[in-house]
Unconditional design. Structure first.
Length: 247
């Protein structure tokens, strides 16, 4: 009987921990210092958010294309096979040259997306200085920490906000690393001192890409869960600036 009760308690504990872990990734819609108000987002911040989403999506799509459609071996074999049907004789070297040209063209587009990402990152860093005080990212982290640690009021919501903002902070750090490593690879001819580190820089760049993919998955899951619960309307807030009244 005691074992049965213990199993029930363990199951409930695991369920509660699972709910807590899922809740951590849900964005908070309401303003922490003023729980009856919803967060406001400036037009500049909203522009950055959606432009950043487009740039990152485009960048990831080019990586996907080059790792699948324009993969050197696959496209080379496909060209030889299709051109062979028309009677054309194509050597392995010729097919490889065309495949590499297509691959390079897609990477060139990827580099342009990288420039856009770096420009948006600089824009975001500059924007932080000109945002209204209650809309600054650093200010919101400090406010959540102060609310949780010092005032000890609305602690659960404050801790939730602190966890979400911490995840976003890691995302910003990843963007900075991605931009720096990407620009280093794009200008490797001009940065001769970094050529010996090219392989390491490329590995770091690729690893950060996977972490950003993980963040995107977590972010979308969190927004989806928030929309189904008390923070519904969080997507429209990022479109209209948070002008609606909270439920």
């Amino acid at each position: 009987m005691n074992t049965f009760r213990t199993n029930i308690k363990t199951t409930k504990l695991k369920g509660n921990l699972s709910k807590l872990n899922m809740a951590i990734i849900e964005p908070v819609r309401k303003d922490i210092p003023h729980p009856r108000q919803i967060k406001k987002y400036s037009a500049s911040l909203r522009l950055w958010h959606w432009a950043n989403a487009l740039i990152i999506s485009g960048s990831l799509i080019t990586v996907l294309i080059n790792s699948t459609i324009t993969d050197g071996r696959q496209i080379s074999s496909l060209m030889k096979e299709e051109l062979g049907k028309t009677g054309a004789v194509v050597s392995e070297q010729q097919a490889g040259s065309v495949a590499n040209a297509l691959n390079d063209q897609v990477w060139r587009i990827h580099i342009y997306f990288g420039y856009g990402l770096a420009a948006l990152l600089i824009f975001r860093l500059v924007l932080e200085f000109f945002q209204l005080a209650d809309q600054k990212f650093i200010r919101r982290i400090k406010s959540a920490y102060f609310q949780f640690k010092m005032i000890k009021k609305n602690r659960q919501t404050a801790r939730h906000e602190l966890a979400v903002k911490s995840i976003y902070a890691v995302f910003y750090i990843l963007l900075i690393i991605m931009a720096i490593t990407g620009l280093s690879l794009a200008f490797e001819d001009a940065l001769a001192a970094l050529k010996p580190l090219r392989h390491t820089i490329k590995d770091v760049h690729g690893f950060c890409m996977y972490l950003i993919l993980a963040f995107i998955a977590v972010h979308l899951a969190g927004v989806y869960l928030a929309e189904r619960k008390e923070s519904n309307g969080i997507v429209s807030d990022m479109i209209n600036g948070g002008n609606e009244n909270p439920n």
